[in-house]
Design a binder for this molecule. Structure first.
Ligand code: C5P
Length: 214
């Protein structure tokens, strides 16, 4: 039996990028490495949580002592998260694609002739869906990454998506953001705004300690 503030709690953590295929050999994605999401999953496990990690294509192996499920597209991620949506805690650290091709060609698009135009549609906003369907006593945690007015936009996101907490992820310098081992984040909650900086694993632990140990 595990001990710690999250003992007996089911925790779902999403991590990494999604891939939105255009045809069998091309896709739209983003530079997410999955490191921050994995750090969150490890921290939740170390606090005693029963963790399911739902991750996109990443280069680092899923940590041990947790259940790992790999997905590819945003639509796949949405289906998987819906299946797991009765969890006690859901941490949406995945860098979800906001747009996906309207159609997915089943054979490779030929490059003879003129360049094709891509028609995109919005993907479902998973965190907003979770906010709308929130279970009693559930804690919903999202991330926000912005190139400008980070705290302001992150705070607005917390309200609009009905998340309990938003972790505003800085990309202001080369020690934070995509692919790095270190990060600077600001945790935003109800009358809470606290900034943590350091290795992603340390930052993840501090954030979860702040949310669950006080
Ligand atoms: O709106 P934005 O993408 O900036 O919001 C970021 C937060 O929302 C992250 O927690 C991300 O995982 C989540 N998100 C989502 N579904 C989307 C886009 C983002 O759950 N389609």
């Amino acid at each position: 039996r595990s001990v710690g503030p999250l003992a007996g709690k089911k925790v779902v953590v999403t991590a990494g990028p999604t891939r939105e295929f255009i045809d069998p050999v091309r896709y739209i994605s983003n530079p997410s490495s999955g490191k921050m999401g994995i750090a969150m999953a490890e921290a939740a496990r170390d606090l005693g949580g029963e963790v399911t990690l739902v991750h996109g294509p990443i280069q680092i192996p899923a940590p041990n002592k947790m259940n790992a499920i790999q997905i590819t597209s945003t639509d796949d991620l949405f289906k998987e998260v819906q299946k797991q949506s009765s969890a006690d805690i859901i941490i949406m650290a995945a860098a979800v694609a906001d747009f996906t091709p309207e159609t997915h060609a089943t054979s490779k698009i030929k490059k003879n002739g003129k360049a094709p135009s891509l028609k995109l549609r919005r993907t479902p906003d998973i965190l907003s869906w979770l906010g709308e369907h929130k279970k009693k006593g559930q804690t919903l945690i999202g991330f926000a990454m912005e190139t400008e007015k980070l705290i302001e936009h992150a705070g607005e996101k917390r309200t609009r998506k009905k998340a309990d907490w938003i972790i505003a992820n800085s990309i202001a310098d080369d020690k934070s953001g995509f692919g790095t081992d270190t990060n600077t984040v600001t945790l935003l909650g109800d009358a809470v705004q606290e900034t943590y900086s350091g290795p992603k694993k340390v930052v993840a632990r501090k954030v979860l300690d702040r949310i669950f140990s006080s």
